[in-house]
Design a protein around this ligand. Structure first.
Ligand code: TQI
Ligand code: ZN
Ligand code: ZN
Length: 169
């Protein structure tokens, strides 16, 4: 079953058209940006929320950045595997990814020669769930179920994710 963060934080009714920006310092390809757009689309398809990319990271609702190791928020990244990414509950909007992972942007991660290969969209869909206010789920099929993520691809929302997000929005 789905869970929420303590106090059930969520984006208020007047902030349902959310913007997101990539933090400077990461030169991301259009291919990488398309993976995030696809991950956001999974959630907008089942909620009244919309997500639009903007260049203005200082005014966007959500910010996305890749960092190595200590990056100033008290939750340092740890190199290959371990923590892959983290996202903070509403209204923070901060979504950080570990730059040291072997991120797979396109192609079949389950057939990757690298044991540490991590599918970017799989992690993005999960972290966006956190950005919107979902905690972890006990349902194995759910995107919000905490499980092994290397060489795994799971990008379709489960019924439990949909019920959870629709009870928030
Ligand atoms: N990052 C953890 C996660 O996103 C960070 C975390 C731990 C967390 N406990 C939390 C975030 C409680 C919010 C609330 O779950 S991770 C998975 C999963 C990670 C883990 O890098 O370990 C995924 C990133 F679910 F598979 F375990 C993506 Cl999909
Ligand atoms: Zn961080
Ligand atoms: Zn999680």
């Amino acid at each position: 079953h789905y869970t929420f963060f303590p106090g059930t934080p969520r984006w208020p009714v007047y902030r349902r058209d959310l913007t997101y920006a990539f933090l400077p310092g990461n030169e991301l390809t259009d291919e990488v940006k398309a993976v995030f757009a696809s991950a956001f689309q999974k959630w907008s398809a089942v909620t009244p929320l919309t997500f639009t990319e903007t260049d203005s990271y200082s005014t966007s609702d959500l910010t996305i950045g890749f960092y190595s190791g200590d990056h100033g928020d008290g939750e340092p990244f740890d190199g290959v595997l371990g923590t892959l990414a983290h996202a903070f509950s509403p209204p923070s909007g901060r979504f950080h990814l570990d730059a040291d992972e072997n991120w797979i942007v396109s192609g079949d991660v389950t057939r990757s020669a690298l044991p540490s290969a991590v599918d970017l969209e799989t992690v993005a869909v999960h972290e966006i769930g956190h950005l919107l206010g979902l905690g972890h789920s006990s349902v194995e099929d759910a995107i919000m179920y905490p499980t092994v993520t290397s060489r795994t691809r799971k990008v379709e929302l489960g019924d439990d994710d949909i019920q959870g997000i629709q009870s928030l929005y």
